[in-house]
Ligand binder design. Structure first.
Ligand SMILES: *[C@@H]1O[C@H](CO)[C@@H](O)[C@H](O)[C@H]1NC(C)=O
Ligand SMILES: *[C@@H]1O[C@H](CO)[C@@H](O)[C@H](O)[C@H]1NC(C)=O
Ligand SMILES: *[C@@H]1O[C@H](CO)[C@@H](O)[C@H](O)[C@H]1NC(C)=O
Ligand SMILES: *[C@@H]1O[C@H](CO)[C@@H](O)[C@H](O)[C@H]1NC(C)=O
Ligand SMILES: *[C@@H]1O[C@H](CO)[C@@H](O)[C@H](O)[C@H]1NC(C)=O
Length: 822
């Protein structure tokens, strides 16, 4: 339905061939109208062939994104009809324009008509927009969301769009209307191809695409040739022979280039000697082994100190020996590698300790900033008196972690983020500067080789009115450094400001949410599968994510800052600068895996099981259609068995050769059950969006005990408003965990995608290919990889029991605070 406009040239040429017995001949006083007429018929036929094959090519080779196209409600019926009406309207407008344009462009009539049309359409559009805003005032914030990229795009569209329009109208005064329209269509198709099919990753090129597109382009060449003949016989058709010859050469050249590119892709990717997942799994094993080896090389305190200094360029903080003792006594497998702590704290080295204290106090004095305070002093930690009741458990949990080792910590106050969403988005340039100065400060410290002991009476220096029961300020006092940015798009204003200047996300706005962005995926993918977990989190090369996650579309409670404030958060999006710490959610057992309810992998049901709420973001302006949870539930529950998938399957019995094959989705669905639904009722949405979601989705109201999950083989894990609290119990349960998280937690470097869990792309385009690989095809589960599934599930369970224990959270937190204080 997307490409209905491709039919425009055909409609026009048909109109010309039937109704118009040569308006040109009439006008040009041309005698032999018979040739013109038969020419017009042949021309219409060719345009017809071109149109149909171009339409087929584009429809087959275009991959839709998983952005939801609702199947219920008013839009689902209205959109196709209006697209069709739009096509007819376009044809009508062009025909009447061309009739008027025949008067010659010198006369004012065409310009007048064009001007009127522009005014009428602009008026109609603004009236519609005005009515919409009047009826849905809460949509204002999304509707008038302008940023530099959008303004650039608008300017571009204005300049090029209007000059394009003017030139087409001019051409129509000289030529049949279908000719400029055909050329425009053809050029757009080429541009579309070259912009979307430059990478080898995905979608895999299929033979039929090549055949169809070659037909499309050959017929286009035919059209140009006919056109040239016509212009030779009718010299006054102004586009002279040289010009059309040039155009034809251009088209032929582009076709050859395109076909060559396509065929080389086919030759390259048609045969694979290994399934990409097999490759990724063995790679992951290797990476993990390597990491593990270097994460604990030291066998004594001296070793550890040496390792610390050579890795991080500074001597370890005071009481490092206590930490070492604490960690080794609890059997920590990781002693030396805490790269994340190092990265999180590096920019703070550029800031004076007194300044950091001031910033912490600034937040704690203003409860509006949603920061909760923890005071560590004289060997124990306690909460500041003004933490909101609903978030107390979280700070209490953190406090109980800290109290395990608080006696060795210096006195300090820290500000904890009580929201799930991360907060600190520092622009790239400022961040680079801070990091540079941080490195410099560390080098200087390394050179003095002389450690300051912890200052013991630090609190006398602290501004601390926030510790008083009755503070001398009101809870409404707002901070000029923080913004209230909840329930609005956050991507351009905060999400990507940490990206280096040339990043695609800073330059491109992915307008067409329905299209899959292959170039956004290819840097971190191997075929349809995710190959680099670290890179896949980066927003900088993925402009399309703006519309594919609740946090980017509309976070529920978001008070960000663009200055480097020291805020401790439980998770963060890559690109943010919060200091990550182990979540008390898992520490205080909010959700747990109860081993007595565990089931062996081979006895689990072959089912994808997921239950959850619509809590990822706050839905307004229909943006729930892009949220990940919603997209997943939609994908799973509206799966059409007849959809064709390009799957990588073995071509021989030994499995030494693989190639892409087209398989109906029903084959995957009969091998693996899907049991996925929302629970309760729609939450975090305006009335209109709640109603729309209640129509679109089934909300299962029967409660499910969390321990039910372990009966199923395949567990999908998604972000909520922040990180997913279920991931750790899922991992411990020995089911195969499919992880589609965008938020990163404290343990990222300890886990390895494809060894401990199966990574899933945020776009979810890989879901069926993943299930086809693990679950197989058809009732019998042909080509299933049970062994591999069991291997990952087992490895995840085993490794989680070694490095994600509560002790490991304590050890991480201990080291983090020691370095923070030191
Ligand atoms: C065809 O052309 C003739 C002569 O120019 C004109 O009289 C006649 O009305 C035209 N027919 C149509 C259907 O436009
Ligand atoms: C820090 O000092 C140690 C010991 O003097 C030295 O071995 C190391 O190379 C220095 N590191 C950096 C990054 O300067
Ligand atoms: C710190 O704690 C110790 C023992 O726990 C106590 O004797 C001492 O008075 C405390 N100091 C302060 C300043 O509270
Ligand atoms: C994954 O991406 C990161 C970040 O860009 C890069 O440093 C790393 O080398 C990549 N890993 C692999 C295996 O390509
Ligand atoms: C709702 O969930 C329950 C518990 O998982 C399940 O037994 C039931 O089949 C679900 N209902 C529907 C209609 O899917």
């Amino acid at each position: 339905m997307y490409f209905l406009l491709i039919f425009l040239p055909f409609l026009l040429s048909l109109y010309e061939a039937t109704s118009d017995n040569g308006s040109s001949s009439q006008q040009l006083n041309f005698a032999v109208s018979k040739t013109v007429r038969s020419n017009a018929m042949r021309y219409a036929l060719l345009v017809g062939v071109f149109t149909v094959s171009a339409f087929a090519t584009v429809s087959i080779s275009t991959q839709r994104s998983t952005y939801i196209c609702p199947v219920t409600g008013y839009g689902s019926k209205f959109v196709p009809i209006s697209q069709f009406l739009g096509l007819l309207l376009d044809a009508g407008i062009i025909i009447s324009l061309s009739t008027v344009a025949q008067d010659g462009f010198e006369s004012s009539r065409p310009k007048l008509l064009l001007g009127r049309l522009a005014f009428i359409s602009a008026g109609a559009l603004s009236m519609q927009a005005g009515l919409f805003i009047l009826r849905n005032p809460e949509h204002m914030i999304w509707s008038f969301h302008l940023d530099s990229r959008i303004i650039c795009d608008l300017l571009f569209a204005t300049v090029f769009g209007s000059s394009f329009l003017a030139s087409v109208v001019y051409l129509m005064s000289e030529l049949r209307p279908s000719i400029p329209v055909t050329v425009a269509t053809c050029v757009s198709i080429y541009t579309y191809y070259f912009s979307t099919h430059t990478t080898e990753s995905w979608p895999s090129p299929s033979r039929s695409t090549v055949v169809l597109s070659s037909i499309a382009f050959l017929s286009m060449a035919g059209i140009v040739r006919l056109w040239r003949e016509a212009s030779r016989s009718q010299r006054s058709m102004s586009l002279n022979g040289t010009c059309s010859r040039l155009l034809m050469i251009l088209f032929v050249f582009m076709s050859v280039l395109f076909l060559a590119k396509k065929s080389s892709l086919i030759l390259h990717t048609s045969k694979l000697s290994r399934h990409p997942i097999d490759y990724l799994m063995s790679n992951a094993q290797h990476t993990s082994d390597q990491w593990r080896k270097q994460a604990a090389t030291s066998h004594s305190l001296e070793d550890a100190v040496y390792q610390y200094q050579s890795r991080y360029g500074v001597p370890p903080p005071p009481n490092f020996d206590k930490w070492y003792e604490y960690a080794t006594a609890r059997g920590s497998l990781i002693i030396d590698d805490f790269e994340q702590i190092n990265n999180d704290l590096l920019p703070f080295w550029a800031i004076e300790p007194a300044k950091i204290r001031e910033m912490t106090a600034h937040m704690l004095e203003r409860t509006w900033t949603d920061a909760g305070g923890l005071r560590i002093s004289n060997g124990s930690s306690r909460l500041t008196p003004h933490v909101v009741g609903t978030h107390r458990w979280s700070l209490d949990g953190t406090s109980s972690i800290i109290n395990k080792f608080a006696q060795w910590l210096p006195d300090m106050d820290i500000a904890m983020n009580i929201n799930d969403e991360c907060r600190v988005a520092v622009p790239w340039k400022a961040m680079e500067d801070l990091k540079k100065r941080g490195r410099l400060a560390r080098r200087q410290l390394n050179e003095t080789k002389h450690l300051q002991p912890f200052s013991t009476h630090a609190h006398q220096l602290w501004p601390d009115t926030y510790m008083q029961a009755e503070p001398p300020y009101s809870p409404q006092t707002i901070s000029e450094y923080f913004a209230e940015a909840s329930i609005a798009s956050s991507f351009t204003k905060y999400g990507v400001i940490g990206c280096p200047p040339k990043s695609p996300s800073l330059k491109i706005s992915w307008w067409n949410k329905g299209f899959f962005c292959a170039d956004c995926v290819s840097p971190h993918a191997l075929g349809p599968f995710l190959s680099n977990w670290t890179l896949s989190g980066s927003l900088c090369h993925q402009p399309d994510l703006e519309n594919l996650h609740g946090f980017h579309l509309s976070p529920s409670s978001f008070k960000p800052t663009t200055s480097l404030f020291p805020i401790f958060s439980q998770s963060k999006m890559p690109g943010f600068s919060d200091i990550v710490f182990p979540s008390p959610w898992n520490y205080v057992d909010k959700v747990t895996f109860d081993p007595s309810k565990g089931v062996a992998f081979s006895e689990k049901e072959k089912t994808v099981f997921w239950r959850g709420g619509t809590s990822e973001g706050y839905a307004g302006a229909d943006n729930w259609e892009g949220m990940q949870r919603q997209r997943f539930v939609h994908l799973a529950n509206y799966a059409q068995g007849s959809t064709r998938l390009d799957l990588i399957l073995p071509t021989d019995a030994q499995g030494t050769d693989y190639s892409y094959r087209s398989i109906p989705l029903s084959s995957v669905l009969s091998a693996t059950n899907i049991d996925v639904s929302f629970v309760g009722e729609p939450v975090r949405c305006y009335d209109k969006e709640c109603a729309a979601q209640a129509r679109e989705f089934y909300f299962n109201t029967s409660t499910v005990d969390f321990q039910e999950h372990w009966k199923y083989k395949y567990l999908f894990d998604f972000d909520g408003a922040g990180f997913s609290g279920r991931f750790m119990p899922f991992l411990e349960s020995g089911s195969l965990v499919f992880r589609a998280a965008s938020f990163r937690q404290w343990f990222e470097e300890r886990l390895t995608a494809w060894k401990d869990y199966v990574p899933v792309d945020t776009r979810l385009h890989d879901v069926w290919s993943l299930l086809a690989y693990f679950g197989g095809l058809g009732k019998g589960g042909e080509y299933a990889h049970e062994k591999e599934a069991g291997k990952i599930a087992e490895a995840g369970k085993d490794w989680a029991s070694k490095v994600l224990r509560k002790e490991d959270m304590e050890i991480y937190m201990f080291r983090l605070l020691l370095e923070w204080g030191g």
